[in-house]
Design a protein around this ligand. Structure first.
Ligand SMILES: [Zn+2]
Length: 506
């Protein structure tokens, strides 16, 4: 017989799982975060009094265990291949023709296939393999080199959209083994929140949500992972025992019935015209999504056809990704500053009228080097076309020469180092054209600062709080003149404590 408390524990677990599903899979929560936390707290307290009744699939067990020393390597039961890319309609049509040919179907103009295709958004995240045994999450592995990846189960358990136990379904019984493949990603709002907190701590943030996801999954401390709200969407399968489906779409709906999130934007389609229409249509509203999408994946839907098409050594032949071109925007170039890199190289940085592109407002772009400015004939006042390839700092692709104002002025290359006023040398390519300019002062403080930033960046040297802003502050205060100074910092605590943003914690 269950005690009253045990029965309440069962009830709370059931409720919490249900709320997780409503929140993450259906995006339709029915209670507030506060009420949710209250349920979780009650469960934690009851479990603390009934430790014999704690099970690994309890919602309280999402943050589990001690920080790890490293990740165990795991061999994949089925290789995790990547997906071949195309960038235009023509190549997409060729892929369809290759499928038709391999299946011995007549090649028709429209590219129809018995059973059709499935089109789904290509999420810019990190691929993962989730292995459920008897319905319980047993293992989560990264792609790695495709044949073996890292065991990141402890971190993946903290992701609330991934059930620790598959939900029982009326129509489809839970298989003995099911490997579910999909994408772990960080929603844009969460990426911004995390980068803001890095910035407030004077540390360098992540370049883009994909890097933030990969970096978070590689953390050895799952408590930190739990604080970053990663999400998951399933799109494929690995090893499956004790369950059969005829099509990819049937498999996806079984996943849904087991409580695994799939993408509601996935659509069946037939032939090149319909596929192309879907791609165009999706492009118009993908910027409204909370996560980054860089293309559409097209799959042959029937699993027997997938099997007949097989794989190359790198890609499955039955699916292909159409990648959208990088987003472009036009804006006015206002100013160019020269920044000193760690090798002394001077990089021109453009300041432009703020412009909205690929989900964020940008004001700066890199112009790479002086040679690039000459080659593209970029002038102050020009209307420039910038491009953002999913991430990083935008690039100036070209200038709208026809729109050039009469008052545009050529960009002057620096004749001395903008930081130390030291001597400059220009580098030329084989044809004698200038490529880059360098500050050749070996004691240039800007170069030293950049080298320190490079080495103190996460992963290079284990110095907490040595972010870019802190290095700038220390350097500005005359406290960093050599590498050795980093290690003397502890003796200069007094001086450090007076600096803005530097607290005892650092
Ligand atoms: Zn210099």
């Amino acid at each position: 017989m269950k005690t009253e408390q045990e029965a309440r524990i069962d009830e709370l677990r059931k409720q919490i799982r249900e709320h997780d599903r409503r929140y993450y899979n259906d995006a339709a929560p029915t209670i507030s975060d506060r009420e949710y936390d209250r349920l979780l707290d009650e469960l934690k307290q009851l479990e603390a009094k009934n430790t014999h009744y704690i099970t690994p699939d309890s919602p309280t067990q999402r943050v589990g265990g001690e920080p790890l020393d490293g990740f165990r390597k795991v061999e994949h039961a089925y290789p995790m291949l990547s997906i071949d890319n195309t960038y235009n309609r023509e190549d997409l049509k060729k892929w369809i023709e290759r499928c038709q040919e391999a299946l011995g179907d007549p090649i028709d103009q429209d590219g129809t296939l018995p059973g059709g295709y499935l089109a789904e958004p290509k999420i810019d995240g990190v691929a993962i393999n989730l292995r459920y045994e008897q319905g319980l999450l047993a293992l989560a592995t990264t792609r790695g080199d495709g044949s073996q990846g890292d065991d990141v189960t402890q971190n993946v358990r903290t992701i609330r959209s991934i059930p620790l136990r598959l939900q029982n379904s009326e129509n489809t019984s839970i298989p003995e083994v099911v490997e579910i493949r999909g994408e772990i990603f960080m929603p844009n709002f969460e990426f911004e929140r995390i980068n803001e907190s890095f910035s407030a701590a004077g540390q360098e943030g992540f370049a883009n949500p994909r890097n933030a996801t990969a970096g978070t999954l590689k953390l050895l401390d799952s408590e930190t992972v739990a604080q970053r709200k990663l999400q998951f969407i399933a799109h494929g399968r690995g090893e499956v025992l004790g369950y059969e489906s005829a099509t990819q779409s049937e498999f996806l709906s079984a996943l849904g019935s087991w409580g695994i999130p799939t993408n509601p934007l996935t659509k069946p389609c037939q032939g090149i015209h319909e596929i192309w229409e879907l791609i165009q249509e999706f492009d118009t509203h993908r910027s409204n999504l909370t996560y980054g999408v860089d293309g559409v994946v097209i799959k042959v839907d029937p699993l027997d056809l997938q099997e007949r098409l097989g794989t190359t050594s790198r890609f499955p032949r039955w699916c292909i990704a159409y990648k959208y071109p990088a987003e472009q925007a036009a804006t006015r170039l206002l100013q160019v500053d020269w920044q000193v890199g760690k090798t002394g190289k001077l990089t021109p940085r453009a300041t432009m009228d703020p412009v909205f592109i690929a989900g964020t407002t940008v004001q700066h772009a890199t112009l790479h080097n002086y040679g690039e400015i000459l080659r593209k004939d970029i002038r102050i006042g020009d209307l420039v076309i910038i491009e953002k390839a999913g991430e990083i700092i935008p690039q100036v692709v070209r200038v709208e020469i026809a729109e050039r104002p009469h008052k545009s002025s050529p960009i002057q290359p620096p004749t001395e180092c903008p930081d130390c006023q030291g001597e400059i040398e220009a580098e030329h390519d084989d044809s004698g054209k200038e490529t880059s300019r360098f500050c050749v002062n070996p004691e240039c403080p800007a170069q030293l600062r950049e080298r320190l930033i490079h080495f103190a960046a996460r992963g290079q040297m284990n110095i907490d709080g040595m972010g870019e802003k802190v290095i700038h502050q220390l350097s500005g205060a005359g406290l960093l003149n050599s590498f050795g100074d980093i290690f003397k910092l502890s003796q200069r605590r007094e001086a450090l404590l007076n600096l803005e943003r530097m607290g005892e914690k650092k």
